[in-house]
Design a binder for this molecule. Structure first.
Ligand code: BDP
Length: 662
């Protein structure tokens, strides 16, 4: 078996192994016709010309007219379909004609046809049945954005896979050809936006010089259906424009942003918009002038609106003056502003109310702002989940969030329905994933971290897909179609998130990671300037028990959830185990549903974290010889490291918490 380095991601296009399927595909695909002449059509042609001969093991010529049974890919649909498909939706349909059978992949635009082409290729890659195809697929969420926390110096905040792919210093004169492969990968899973820079923004992102660089990337991305977004620095009018204020209510400030927007759109006519971190962790914002988040967001929205741009205004704020419980701050700040935002503003919240922890309950904001479209921000890069050492499949975690019922409009008011706009009848919708890509040869540091990039795109397109279906596709494309291999890897992936939760923060614990870099355990950490940057703030261990009391007798964060969740979370008896220590300070000898005391359960969970990694390691070892040696060794080494770290977590946390147990 040839060594592989992971560069090809899920677009490996190895020859189909099932002989019946292979015969079926060879029969159906004598020729390819891509009638379009656009840059996107050229990308479709190149992809099919690369993929089909490799998958089928025979030449599949591109021709102007169908020869024999043919695949026809391009933008042309009937009037009736036109409306159903929207801009990016596609159809894949079989037709019989005299000259031969045809498979048509069509949509309203060439971009839609590109999406359909990748979908069709996926069917072959997973060795599915393509006879009698008749399918329509359109995205459930309109803006599906990868957010890169890349800095202009090439470093990546919370990046664990090398340096920035953009090579800012070389742009615009030279564009790394690798970026085409990045764009292909994004296009293949339906991502349609790329925010180029860190939310902790460098003001220089908006200089004329940097905008030229961004424009070069935007030009590359355009035919792949990817729009560019930027994270501006809110005080840019002062830093770059020499104004003496950045107050959003100041007309000179607003007109500076208008001119900046005009400059951007001259260079990037399809610019997506701004993602803004303001008045958060030291970033400047409207509150510096006594103005509100709505004032700030609206000013930027007004500058972008004439050009069709949007503002993603982040709700990651936790000002102690608002509430001593960090989990409550964002909802308290933003709910009073509901209804005040311009139509092209999204308020963007992380999945949970604290900060991308291994597990959190969903962010209560999702059930609390019906007049404002809410964007969901997920973190693909595993900042708090073992970085590029841990094997953690995040598809399951994201499904849990998406399927969480907010009860905002009664049962069935899931986070997914809030985010896709259907619950509150918003036409606009958006989901953002903090990217885990970098210059490492395998893109994501860990071969299995590629699955999270993949899963983000697939769920962003269709959040009704199951985590298992997505894993199945990814495994077949990335590793093997051998059913035994697929089953083994799926078993590893589907338990991996819970293993990570058990390893680090079982039963609703959160934020026990080492300061700064957030890898490894440090439950006793208490040296930070702010109370809520200390780990002891989050777990509150004492001789009485463990956990943050957010019940009605504590911080009352439960009140930010709708009934019946509020009551369910509020009571120790009904609060789900997985959130127990999130919402309650629980006595050490309290008996859980398992019959074990809290202290016993905690020991059991930390042991389960270690056992989970041991299990993955054993399964992986059993696959030796069925996976190429290079990737097999790489993953084995990572699992070994993960196991060491899981043991450290168990020991450190049990030693630490054990001190309090009487
Ligand atoms: C935290 C990260 C920090 C980010 C921040 C954010 O540690 O690097 O800047 O989130 O999302 O989790 O703004």
């Amino acid at each position: 078996m040839n060594n592989e380095d992971g560069y090809e991601l899920w677009l490996r296009y190895r020859q189909v192994s099932d002989t019946e399927r292979l015969a079926q595909y060879r029969h159906a695909l004598n020729s390819i016709v891509v009638p379009g002449a656009s840059a996107t059509a050229a990308i479709i042609k190149a992809e099919l010309a690369r993929a089909l001969p490799a998958l089928l093991g025979v030449p599949v010529p591109l021709s102007h007219e169908p020869v024999g049974n043919a695949l026809v890919v391009g933008a042309s649909v009937s009037e009736a379909d036109r409306r159903r498909l929207g801009e990016e939706g596609f159809l894949i349909r079989c037709h019989q004609s005299e000259g031969g059978d045809r498979i048509f992949v069509t949509g309203n635009t060439d971009i839609a046809a590109l999406r359909g082409a990748f979908h069709f290729l996926r069917l072959l890659q997973i060795e599915g049945d393509i006879r009698g195809l008749d399918l329509l697929s359109r995205p459930r969420i309109q803006h599906r954005i990868l957010a890169h926390w890349d800095n202009l110096d090439g470093s990546i905040e919370r990046g664990y896979a090398g340096r920035s792919l953009w090579h800012w210093e070389e742009l615009p004169a030279r564009i790394d050809p690798r970026i085409h492969d990045y764009a292909r990968a994004c296009a293949s899973i339906g991502i349609n936006g790329v925010c180029l820079n860190n939310v902790n923004a460098d003001p220089r992102i908006l200089t004329a010089e940097t905008l030229e660089k961004a424009a070069a990337l935007a030009a590359l991305f355009r035919p792949y259906g990817l729009r560019v977004y930027l994270s501006p620095f809110f005080a840019a009018p002062m830093v770059l424009g020499g104004l003496d204020s950045s107050d959003p209510r100041d007309l000179a400030v607003a007109s500076w942003w208008q001119r900046k927007a005009e400059e951007i759109y001259r260079l990037i006519p399809d610019f997506g918009g701004f993602q803004v971190k303001a008045n958060s962790e030291g970033q400047p914002g409207p509150q510096d002038y006594g103005a509100t988040h709505a004032d700030g967001a609206n000013m930027l929205a007004d500058a972008l609106a004439p050009h069709g741009g949007i503002v993603l205004w982040r709700a990651f704020v936790y000002d102690v003056a608002i509430d001593a419980d960090r989990a409550k701050c964002a909802t308290k700040e933003f709910v009073p502003l509901d209804g005040q935002f311009r139509p092209n503003v999204f308020v963007q919240a992380k999945n949970g109310p604290i900060d991308f922890q291994p597990r959190e309950p969903f962010h209560p904001l999702f059930g609390a702002m019906r007049h404002t479209p809410l964007a969901l921000e997920l973190q693909i890069t595993q900042e708090y989940l073992g970085q590029s050492v841990y094997l953690v499949y995040l598809g399951e975690m994201w499904k849990e969030v998406l399927e969480s019922d907010t009860y905002a409009e009664g049962p069935g008011s899931t986070v997914a329905r809030v985010v896709d706009g259907s619950l509150n009848h918003h036409a606009a919708s958006c989901i953002v994933g903090v990217a885990n890509t970098g210059s490492d040869r395998n893109w994501c540091g860990h071969h299995f971290a590629q699955a999270n990039w993949y899963a983000f795109g697939r769920l962003a397109w269709d959040h009704t897909l199951s985590a298992e279906t997505i894993a199945d596709e990814w495994i077949r494309m990335t590793w093997s179609n051998d059913q035994a291999v697929v089953n083994a890897i799926k078993t590893m992936m589907l338990g991996s998130w819970q293993t990570c939760v058990n390893t680090m923060t079982p039963l609703g614990l959160h934020h026990l990671m080492q300061e700064g870099h957030h890898y490894g355990p440090d439950p006793g950490f208490n040296g930070a300037r702010r109370a809520d940057w200390n780990n002891v703030y989050f777990h509150r261990a004492d001789s009485m028990g463990l956990g943050f009391d957010r019940s009605s007798t504590g911080s009352n964060a439960v009140s930010q959830y709708h009934s019946p969740l509020r009551e369910q979370f509020d009571s120790l008896e009904t609060c789900p185990d997985k959130y127990l220590l999130w919402f309650h300070h629980v006595p050490w000898d309290y008996r859980l549903r398992s019959g074990r005391t809290l202290w016993e359960e905690l020991q059991m969970r930390y042991a389960a974290g270690v056992a989970g990694v041991e299990r993955m390691r054993a399964i992986w070892a059993s696959l030796q010889g069925r996976i190429d040696p290079q990737r097999h060794t790489h993953v084995s080494q990572r699992l070994e490291q993960q196991l060491g770290n899981a043991r450290l977590w168990r020991q450190t946390c049990l030693d630490y918490f054990g001190q309090f147990v009487r």
